[in-house]
Design a protein around this ligand. Structure first.
Ligand SMILES: COc1cc(/C=C/C(=O)SCCNC(=O)CCNC(=O)[C@H](O)C(C)(C)COP(=O)(O)OP(=O)(O)OC[C@H]2O[C@@H](n3cnc4c(N)ncnc43)[C@H](O)[C@@H]2OP(=O)(O)O)ccc1O
Ligand SMILES: O=C(O)CCC(=O)C(=O)O
Ligand SMILES: [Fe+2]
Length: 358
């Protein structure tokens, strides 16, 4: 019998069908052993990172949380959130086992056959809180990004147990639970500097009323220099807690046009300020643009927990920010409108926050 030769998919419509609709993702493309990147993924020159803009000598702060009661630790956290918007924490109290388990679970999920992952595409998913996808916003993007993801919106333990994929739900829930303490500590410390001395029920709903966790998979890319893993964006969360593996590739915007690498540190978590916190702090804490490069030789994963306001909350600068006569820089917006605005367009750096600017 004549051997079957896989026909290369080169046509743009075939690519979209194979990657997006059939549930193969970019992982499916990567595993076909393509020699060159399909046109659909080629980013315009200005969206590709130029190595001359990378500042190898710069780094975001690394904060040791072992003595978290020490006022110096609180000061470092607030300083980092004000000046960098990004920092790494070590000795944070989340067990290494929980971190390793969730990374393993991410590989397990993406290792499933396309037929199984396809069940979680938006149009097939048993729950609107579970969504498997590729790129960021394929309908709105001229060039697709080289990333697949599983996005899980947390409603309750029971809902998650019933609808999240069984290969990863226990590990993800455990990771979310074990990170609760550090999330609360970080927010308490950040609020104190804003003269918000207590996180009451109302503030809790605004700051951390909802959580979304994404499992990101960046497969080996045939021409990493022509595309991106994730384009320039800031998160729309209050805070993001990001677990990355040992591969690297996350870059944070530095001064002017520069980019700073966030080196993987075993056992650490990357923390970044999101747009919701920038708005509620009236610009005191800043969400910072970041992006992920594609990799030509290794598969990479990351697991961000987005800590957000409840979707129906109206967010705007806290009254505590305006008592001294400071003018509000942002209007009051329904948080779910803000998020829909973000998801309705391609990544465009820090532009999302303009939606709320006065
Ligand atoms: C994927 O690549 C990414 C993701 C990110 C994420 C950064 C963040 O900061 S995520 C934190 C966002 N905050 C929340 O999710 C909490 C508040 N949530 C809500 O208000 C709602 O859940 C909602 C997100 C507005 C969705 O509400 P719903 O009523 O279910 O509306 P839909 O019609 O399903 O969605 C509207 C529109 O949004 C897109 N979308 C929704 N969910 C996701 C998702 N999880 N991932 C990607 N896109 C999503 C989608 O385009 C929907 O339109 P359709 O065209 O599909 O109809 C950062 C960087 C990345 O690269
Ligand atoms: O993969 C990473 O390191 C960052 C991903 C990211 O920025 C996001 O999912 O919002
Ligand atoms: Fe992000």
């Amino acid at each position: 019998m004549a051997p079957t030769i896989a026909t290369p998919i080169t046509d743009s419509a075939d690519i979209a069908n194979f990657v997006i609709s059939k549930g193969n993702g970019v992982k499916g493309l990567s595993e076909m052993g393509l020699e060159c990147l399909p046109q659909r993924f080629i980013q315009p020159l200005e969206e590709r990172i130029s190595f001359s803009n990378i500042m190898p000598q710069e780094s975001i702060p690394i904060i040791d949380m072992s003595n978290w009661n020490d006022p110096k630790v609180a000061e470092s956290i607030c300083d980092a959130a004000e000046t960098w918007g990004f920092f790494q924490i070590i000795n944070h109290g989340v067990s290494i086992e929980a971190l390793e388990n969730v990374k393993d679970a991410t590989h397990l999920f993406f290792g499933l056959p396309a037929e199984d992952k396809k069940k979680f595409l938006k149009e097939n998913s048993p729950s609107r809180n579970v969504r498997f996808g590729t790129s960021f916003s394929p309908k709105a993007e001229k060039a697709l990004e080289w990333k697949d993801y599983l996005s899980l919106f947390y409603v309750s333990e029971d809902e998650a147990s019933a609808s999240w994929p069984s290969v990863c739900k226990d590990q993800v829930l455990e990771y979310m639970k074990s990170s609760e303490v550090v999330i609360k500590r970080l927010l308490e410390v950040l609020m104190k500097r804003l003269n918000v001395n207590e996180i009451d029920e109302m503030k809790e709903s605004l700051l951390m009323g909802s959580k979304r966790i994404n499992l990101n998979y960046y497969p080996i890319c045939p021409n990493p220099e022509l595309t991106v893993g994730v384009g320039r964006h800031s998160d729309v969360s209050t805070l993001t807690i990001l677990l990355q593996d040992e591969i690297g590739g996350l870059y944070v915007r530095g001064k002017n046009d520069s980019w700073i690498h966030v080196p993987p540190i075993s056992g650490s978590l990357v923390i970044n300020v999101g747009d919701a916190l920038q708005i509620m702090s009236n610009g005191r804490y800043k969400s910072i643009e970041h992006r992920v490069l594609a990799n030509g030789s290794q598969n990479r994963i990351s697991v961000p927990i987005f800590v957000n306001p409840k979707p129906y909350e109206i967010i705007g600068p806290f009254p505590e920010m305006l008592t001294g006569g400071e003018k509000a820089a942002y209007r009051q917006v329904l948080y779910s409108d803000y998020v829909k605005h973000f998801f309705g367009k391609a990544h465009d750096g820090k532009n999302t926050v303009e939606f709320a600017k006065i």
